[in-house]
Design a protein around this ligand. Structure first.
Ligand SMILES: [Zn+2]
Ligand SMILES: [Zn+2]
Length: 178
């Protein structure tokens, strides 16, 4: 499978210091892959990016917003998670890579275009929470019956083993005998 690309034609600004191309619209993204998790987009991403010829290179900056399908880390409910990320990209012509400081990440201007896909996906990946919650106060699920506790208490009797005193009870000798 070919990697997804999002090419923007920058030929109009290549010879023109300070010139700008605006990218304002929507783009279909592949699923975000973070560790073993997949976050499939529920619709196209909205982009508002400005691409500038700064002389040192072609610099992309702006925002991307997309809603993905996520799984609540407490109750396992699927829910829509909206991500809003700052996009940054830096592109140079082939042949000028030796002028770049080692710590500078960059892509290349290829055939008069830059590919923003990497910049979009890595910016969004940074916004995915480590443990997504469908609601801030998600109560999780009952360990006994699996009921969603956010929707109300379940039928299960409160379990003794959840009480801090249950441990103590096991430690104390049964009854008294003398
Ligand atoms: Zn939840
Ligand atoms: Zn229960």
């Amino acid at each position: 499978m070919e990697a997804s690309r999002y090419l923007v034609d920058v030929r109009s600004i290549l010879e023109d210091l300070g010139a700008v191309v605006s990218v304002d619209g929507t783009v279909d993204l592949p699923a975000l892959e973070i560790g073993t998790e997949q976050y499939a987009p529920l619709g196209p991403a909205a982009l508002d990016v400005t691409i500038t010829n700064t002389g040192a290179g072609i610099v992309a900056g702006g925002t991307v917003t997309v809603t993905v399908q996520a799984t609540c880390s407490r109750c396992l409910k699927q829910f829509p998670l909206t991500l809003n990320a700052e996009v940054e990209g830096f592109f140079i012509p082939h042949g000028s890579e030796h002028e770049m400081p080692e710590e500078q990440d960059f892509g290349f201007v290829e055939d008069g275009s830059v590919d923003l896909m990497d910049a979009l996906l890595s910016a969004l990946a940074l916004e995915v929470p480590l443990a997504p919650l469908h609601a801030e106060d998600c109560a999780g699920i009952c360990p006994t019956c699996g009921a969603e506790l956010s929707e109300g208490p379940c039928e299960c009797a409160p379990s003794d083993s959840n009480s801090p005193f249950a441990v103590l009870k096991d430690l104390l000798p049964e009854g008294g005998g003398e």
